[in-house]
Design a protein around this ligand. Structure first.
Ligand SMILES: *Cc1c(COP(=O)(O)O)cnc(C)c1O
Length: 477
């Protein structure tokens, strides 16, 4: 057990560990190569009777834990979507831990509440949202989407579902390409997953407004109660963008809540040249995006905007005696803006990132990633034997290895691409993931690491060229 006064000496060792970690990252395999149970086996079955030294714990960190870490901050991490961080965010997070405030209501740390309010206003304005919108930080997009669906449910049932339970027949709509967090939220909200209707998509995998309208009309004829649509800007599989404006008109016509899930691609609304993804905010009721994905703010930090805060608060407000304060009504008590009572001081890291980067600094980084993706795409196609699966957008490319001059059945082609994925990831040189669309096994490459440079992309391209060479030769013999 340490004395409080030992902090500085121990912290120096940790800070230098972190610094070494960053500088040695590139030499470590991106994806952990351990087998299930490997780490568990090295951990004692019971907690120690007597306290141990931090230095001993640190050496076990290197010996036991690090081999089981997949390095999300590695510049050649191209899997899923990034959860990128930055030195600035990390500095702030250390201070947040030190302060250790529980920011459930204004009175439990006024600065946390008011900084959060201001950060939400900064982002709202920088992204071009209407001045009336208000925001709140949630832990994840999954939680924000659950909050949206619960609020939509309350509004549609005259704010009675919280009291009386959810009436049957409520219907909610999203596309076939929507993130699984919508399925989860619909289940938790008591709507019933059978009432989540997956709308057909267009050729580019965006939701078809025509199909949406048809399904809603049919549901109304059948006596069901449509209440909400979830549109996506940047689907997880292929970064498809739903036509939010047309979907919004339909929501207006049928009086439905429109929630926009822009968890990943939302950050790009900070770039004027990407505002086309959201031509109008007129009919949107709620919107979520994750600074913890592509805005250099370490996990967790998800920003949830609402047009009308009253419905949100009415859905979540509960006021036991011990939380009654004299400041109620004059300030934001964010516990009423979401599910958990307890809240971390997350706005501090946003403040550090937004101030130290500035809007221009963030825009420069985003554009750099977009440029690197253009470079990757053109170099990949130059290798030969690769095709693009869907339009490459922002910092994202979906592709398949498809050997020229060899006819392969669909199953064989999928197997070949699965092998490509395995070889790439087992090499330790990079980490990429896949998606399946219409039975095609498709490879995904996302270039969104905070400190990624062209030289990193070149190494990945070299690897892809080698693996493609081996696999293509095999198909030809
Ligand atoms: C990542 C992602 C989510 C889930 O985000 P969490 O913050 O992990 O809950 C939801 N929707 C989309 C489109 C995503 O890309």
């Amino acid at each position: 057990m340490l004395d409080r006064k030992d902090y500085y000496d121990e912290a120096e060792a940790v800070v230098s560990w972190i610094d070494r970690y960053f500088s040695s990252l590139e030499n470590m395999p991106v994806k952990s190569q351990v087998k299930p149970g490997d780490i568990l086996e090295k951990l004692p079955k019971a907690m120690p009777e007597e306290g141990e030294n931090i230095s001993l714990i640190m050496s076990d960190l290197d010996r036991i834990i690090l081999p089981g870490i997949t390095h999300w901050q590695h510049p050649r991490f191209h899997a899923y979507f990034p959860a990128n961080s930055s030195v600035e965010s990390l500095l702030a997070e250390q201070i947040t831990s030190a302060i250790g405030a529980q920011c459930m209501i204004w009175e439990t740390s006024p600065a946390a509440a008011e900084l959060e309010q201001r950060m939400m206003e900064w982002l709202r304005d920088a992204m071009g949202f209407p001045p009336g919108w208000e925001g709140v930080i949630q832990d994840t997009a999954s939680t924000a989407t659950l909050a949206a669906i619960l609020t939509a449910r309350e509004k549609a049932t005259g704010f009675t579902s919280n009291e009386k339970g959810v009436p049957p027949g409520l219907r909610i709509y999203c596309s076939e390409e929507t993130h699984s967090s919508i399925d989860k939220a619909v289940a938790i909200a008591g709507i019933g997953r059978q009432n989540l209707v997956k709308i057909a998509v267009n050729e580019d995998l965006s939701m078809s407004p025509h199909a949406l309208k048809k399904v809603i009309t049919k549901d109304l004829e059948d006596g069901l109660k449509p209440f909400c649509v979830v549109a996506t800007i940047g689907t997880t599989g292929t970064l498809a963008v739903d036509p939010v404006e047309e979907i919004g008109s339909i929501c207006e016509e049928f009086d439905l809540w429109l929630h926009v899930d822009a968890a990943y691609a939302g950050t790009a609304l900070l770039l004027p040249e990407y505002r086309w993804m959201l031509p109008s905010t007129k009919h949107i009721d709620s919107f979520v995006f994750n600074p913890h994905k592509w805005m250099f703010t370490n996990f967790d930090c998800s920003v949830y905007f609402v047009k009308d805060r009253e419905s949100l608060i009415r859905t979540f407000e509960i006021l036991p005696e011990y939380l009654r304060t004299g400041s109620r009504g004059k300030v934001n008590d964010y516990r009423d803006w979401g599910i958990p009572l307890g809240r971390r001081f997350r706005s501090l890291k946003l403040w550090f990132v937004l101030r130290s980067y500035g809007l221009q600094g963030i825009q420069q980084k985003l554009r750099k990633h977009i440029k690197l993706n253009e470079y990757f795409r053109s170099q990949l196609l130059d290798i030969g034997h690769f095709i693009l699966s869907y339009p490459s957008r922002l910092n994202f490319t979906s592709f398949q290895l498809k050997p020229d001059n060899v006819r392969l059945e669909e199953v064989e082609l999928n197997d070949l691409n699965k092998r490509f994925l395995d070889l790439a990831n087992v090499s330790g040189m990079c980490y990429i993931t896949h998606t399946v669309v219409k039975q095609h096994f498709i490879l995904r490459m996302v270039i969104g690491q905070t400190y990624v440079e062209k030289e990193h992309v070149d190494l990945v391209l070299k690897l892809f060229r080698e693996i493609a060479g081996i696999l293509v030769r095999e198909t030809q013999t």
